[in-house]
Design a protein around this ligand. Structure first.
Ligand code: PMP
Length: 338
């Protein structure tokens, strides 16, 4: 019998899927780690599970306790679902600008939602800082304990990728992986997989969207952000605790105009329905493949499922308003088949 004891046991061990067009165009094997197949449909289920387990082990969180987090969405969905399966309540602070689908899913997953206006980190009402204060408040009246997950600076997040994602990639490729590419939200995925695989000789590359400051940091030493991106969940402006102690071998700046056509082509021709950050990652994998040359195996992350972005990434009106390319077939009306 092959039975998972609960939802938490179903997190991780995701397949690697060969990305056909990207592989053929580069002469490399470009493989996507299908994180959208996690129970909460994103890579963040892993961080959620590791942060909860860590808090339970430390005694911060006892049965009936509450998890609080400021999140752009996916971590909240992971925390709410894994939390529910382990008997915890979840309160999520989210910027108003995030997609309606993610907010609906968070409510469905049982999270209580606190929406705040989007504000930079230096503003005390930034969603992350707001969630920290809320956790302190709730702790005063919650004897079962409150975990402020604090995914950006809680290194139990990257530990998930040191313990699981990195070793899974090594085993699934039988050690043949030459390169790994990831964008950064918290840095858990990039630094965690990096810490697991860089010592084995795997080249690690950052794929940074416009509007993020890390490409500038790793190439010039200065945290400088320019431009803008419609991708959600990625684009960091500071060195988080999860990024500390890790340096990628390569770094690429990827504009949306390079990443989005990859997302549309994968849906139309390879049946893969992905969010925008996966497009940034795959564009980065293609750049690393060109840097290393044909014959290499490059792994990247397919972070989350595309249905989460139907009103934005897959909405021709939204794309046109942003001056981004929208494929003709996205515009198609009802079927002409009677
Ligand atoms: N893609 C999406 C859609 C995400 O929500 C996140 C996490 N915020 C990431 C990528 C980046 O993952 P990490 O936090 O591990 O850097």
């Amino acid at each position: 019998m092959d039975i998972k004891s609960d939802l938490a046991a179903a997190v991780g061990n995701t397949p690697l899927i060969r990305l056909r067009a990207a592989s053929e165009a580069t002469g490399c094997e470009i493989l996507g780690k299908a994180e959208f197949l996690n129970p909460g449909q994103s890579v963040k289920d892993r961080a959620a599970l590791w942060m909860i387990r860590d808090a339970v082990a430390k005694g911060t969180l006892k049965p009936g306790g509450t998890i609080v987090e400021g999140t752009a969405g996916n971590t909240g969905i992971g925390l709410a679902l894994v939390g529910a399966s382990m008997g915890f309540k979840t309160v999520i602070v989210i910027p108003e600008t995030q997609s309606q689908e993610k907010k609906d899913m968070l409510r469905l997953a049982g999270a209580e939602l606190v929406q705040v206006p989007a504000a930079p980190y230096r503003n005390p009402n930034n969603y992350v800082r707001y969630s920290g204060r809320l956790a302190e408040e709730l702790a005063k009246t919650t004897p079962e304990g409150v975990l402020w997950a604090n995914q950006f600076d809680n290194v139990a997040n990257r530990q998930a990728h040191i313990d699981a994602t990195g070793p899974e990639i090594w085993e699934q490729t039988q050690g043949k992986v030459d390169g790994f590419v990831s964008a950064v939200g918290t840095g858990g995925t990039l630094a965690g997989v990096g810490m697991a695989l860089q010592p084995k000789g795997v080249k690690i590359a950052l794929a940074d969207p416009e509007g993020a400051a890390l490409h500038s940091f790793y190439t010039t030493g200065e945290l400088k952000a320019e431009g803008d991106s419609i991708t959600e969940g990625i684009g960091q402006g500071r060195i988080t605790a999860n990024l500390e102690g890790f340096t990628p071998d390569f770094s690429y700046k990827i504009p949306d105009s390079e990443a989005l056509p990859i997302v549309f082509d994968l849906l139309k021709h390879e049946g893969l329905c992905l969010g925008g950050s996966s497009g940034i990652n795959i564009a980065g994998a293609i750049r690393l493949a060109r840097e290393l040359g044909p014959g290499h195996t490059i792994v990247t992350v397919l972070c989350d499922y595309g249905t989460r972005y139907q009103s934005k990434l897959f909405n021709p009106d939204f794309l046109k308003a942003k001056g981004l390319p929208a494929p003709d077939w996205l515009d198609r009306g009802p079927s002409s088949i009677p």
